[in-house]
Design a protein around this ligand. Structure first.
Ligand code: DGL
Length: 248
C-alpha cells in the first residue's frame, strides 16, 4: 500500500504532518518517532545519518514512496546522504529565514533551532544570503524538545524554560521569529503569550506541505488508494506520540 513516510527524533514532526494532512487529507502516512534516540540536537552528523538510514529502510519496507524528513536537525545532517542512497524523493525542513528577512519591519530576525541545525553548512549558507539585509540573532531552544516530549506545553516551568531562550531574541528587537525545529510549534501558544503583540512567528511546515505536493506530482506519485490514515511507529515509548497526535 503506497504511503508517505515521515520521521523525526520524536513527536515534533507531527507539527509537519498536521499541515500536510490539511492539504492531503486522503493519503496514507507512516510517521516514525525515533524517541529512543531523542534528542538529535547535539548528536553527530554521522550518528543521525545512521538513524536516517535505519528509519528510511523501515519506512520503505512498509510501502513509503516518498519520505519527509520532518526534522530540521536530521535534514541538515542527513538528507543529502539519504537522497544519494535511496531512489525515493525526500522532502526536508529548512529554517524559514527567507520569508522572515522579507517580512521583518525592525530588521531583526530571531531564529530558534537546535545546536545541530545552527552550525550546519546548510543553515549557514541560507543565513549568509540574508545577513546583509537583516540582523539575525539565534538561540538554541534549550529544553524545548524535552518539554514537548514530556507533553509539558503549559505551566510555570515550561514558561520559564521557553522565556530563557526567547527573551534574548525579543530584547534584541526581533519582530519575526523563525521556528527552526519541528518540536517548537507545539510551544507556540506559550511563546505568543510571552512575546509582545506584533511579534510574528514563522513555522515552515505549511510551505513544506505545499512542496511535498509538488514533489509527489513531479515524480508521478499518486497515493490515493482508498485507505487513508496514519500509522504511528516509534523506537521507544509511544505515549507522547499518541497523545500529541490527538492534538493535531
Ligand atoms: N525536531 C527536530 C528538529 O527539527 C529535532 C530536535 C531534537 O531532537 O533535538 O530539529
Amino acid at each position: 500500500m503506497a504511503a508517505v513516510g515521515l520521521f523525526d527524533s520524536g513527536s515534533g514532526g507531527l507539527s509537519v504532518l498536521r499541515e500536510i494532512r490539511k492539504i492531503l487529507p486522503d493519503e496514507r502516512f507512516i510517521y516514525y518517532s525515533d524517541n529512543a534516540h531523542c534528542p538529535y540536537g547535539e548528536k553527530s552528523a554521522s550518528y543521525i545519518i545512521e538513524r536516517g538510514r535505519a528509519i528510511t529502510g523501515l519506512l520503505l519496507s512498509k510501502g513509503a514512496e516518498a519520505v519527509v524528513v520532518a526534522c530540521n536537525t536530521a535534514t541538515a545532517a542527513a538528507i543529502a546522504t539519504l537522497r544519494a542512497e535511496y531512489a525515493v524523493p525526500f522532502v526536508g525542513m529548512e529554517p524559514a529565514v527567507k520569508p522572515a528577512a522579507t517580512g521583518t519591519r525592525t530588521g531583526v530576525v530571531g531564529v530558534l533551532a537546535t545546536a545541530g541545525t545552527l552550525k550546519a553548512p546548510k543553515y549557514l549558507n541560507t543565513k549568509g544570503q540574508y545577513a546583509d539585509a537583516v540582523r539575525i540573532v539565534e538561540r538554541v531552544g534549550r529544553g524545548f524538545v524535552e518539554l514537548v516530549e514530556a507533553m509539558e506545553l503549559e505551566g510555570e516551568h515550561a514558561e520559564a524554560v521557553v522565556r530563557e531562550s526567547l527573551q534574548p531574541l525579543l530584547d534584541a528587537g526581533a519582530d519575526t521569529i523563525v521556528l527552526g525545529c519541528t518540536h517548537y510549534p507545539f510551544l507556540l501558544p506559550l511563546m505568543q503569550r510571552i512575546a509582545p503583540p506584533g511579534v510574528h512567528f514563522i513555522d515552515p511546515a505549511p510551505a513544506v506541505a505545499r512542496h511535498l505536493v509538488d514533489v509527489l506530482k513531479e515524480h508521478g506519485i499518486s497515493l490515493v488508494d482508498g485507505d487513508p490514515g496514519v500509522e504511528l511507529l516509534s523506537s521507544g515509548n509511544d505515549l507522547t506520540l499518541n497523545k500529541l497526535f490527538e492534538l493535531i
